[in-house]
Design a protein around this ligand. Structure first.
Ligand SMILES: [Zn+2]
Ligand SMILES: [Zn+2]
Length: 83
């Protein structure tokens, strides 16, 4: 029953799970922004392909620095499937 509750929260992970996943993404991407290559102020961006929600979370995430992250959000780049 609590499992069903969690599944209904649109794929939101709890903090510990999210932190683990974040570390995985950062390691996969070599601790570099995948846009400009810097290794500082790294953040993980959710690309959120709605058709695959929850199926393969790791493939929906990409490492970006804070600057590129905000630029991408403003321009909508890296977002293949915008709704
Ligand atoms: Zn960057
Ligand atoms: Zn983002």
């Amino acid at each position: 029953m609590s499992k069903l509750d969690r599944d209904e929260k649109l794929g939101r992970l709890d903090l510990a799970e999210y932190e683990l996943l974040r570390q995985q993404i950062l390691r996969r991407d070599g601790w570099r922004c995948q846009f400009c290559g810097t290794m500082s102020n790294l953040q993980v961006h959710h690309q959120q392909f709605r058709s695959q929600a929850g199926a393969d979370v790791e493939s929906n995430l990409i490492t970006l620095c804070a600057d590129c992250h905000s630029v991408i959000h403003r321009r909508g780049q890296f977002v293949v499937d915008k709704s």
